[in-house]
Design a binder for this molecule. Structure first.
Ligand code: 4NP
Length: 163
């Protein structure tokens, strides 16, 4: 089984959106995720402020416009165990990568990369920007970027694994 963890700062905007959008794309492609499938996905934050909270209302509303439900997700903080458990640990921005590398055991550091490394047709966009303190346009932009990144990630995985 391949295990993928999406990581941002608060685990209430970007990484739960990535988890929800990517799961939606898996299901659309007829791929089952979770313990019964060949792929398991989750999301986490490097910060603990919102642990236990649902995703940000603005992220939920944006995702729902595209038929993706995020309401059932609940924020958690990344743990050292995650670095052992997951195969791909994908940070939304470079600050997430720095925060993770500071706590990740040396032999697991190779699992950490930028989510947008897998995107295609996104020249110059290497990070998913933090939308938390901004307006609605920021959430729209984040959704669009995550949608493109998810397409690229799915394409990559289909080329390298049997899902
Ligand atoms: P996220 O956005 O990392 O995409 O979940 C944020 C959510 C909350 C905070 C920062 C970013 N915060 O500082 O509380």
């Amino acid at each position: 089984m391949i295990k993928i963890l999406f990581v941002c700062l608060g685990n209430i905007c970007r990484s739960p959106t990535a988890e929800g959008v990517f799961r939606h794309k898996l299901h659309q492609a007829g791929i089952q995720d979770g313990y019964l499938g060949n792929i398991f996905i989750d999301s986490a934050g490097t910060g603990a402020w919102h642990v236990g909270a649902s995703p940000d209302r603005r992220s939920c509303e944006m995702a729902l416009k595209y038929g993706v439900g995020l309401e059932s997700l609940s924020a958690r903080k990344i743990t050292r165990q995650d670095f052992a458990d997951y195969d791909y640990i994908l940070g939304m921005d470079r600050e997430n990568i720095r925060n993770m590398k500071a706590i990740c055991p040396p032999d697991q550091q190779c699992k950490i990369s930028l989510f947008m490394n897998y995107a295609e047709n996104c020249p110059g966009i290497t990070e998913v920007p933090d939308p938390y303190g901004g307006g609605r346009e920021g959430f729209e932009r984040v959704y669009d970027i995550i949608d493109r990144g998810s397409d690229g990630l799915l394409k990559y995985l289909l080329a390298h694994y049997t899902l």
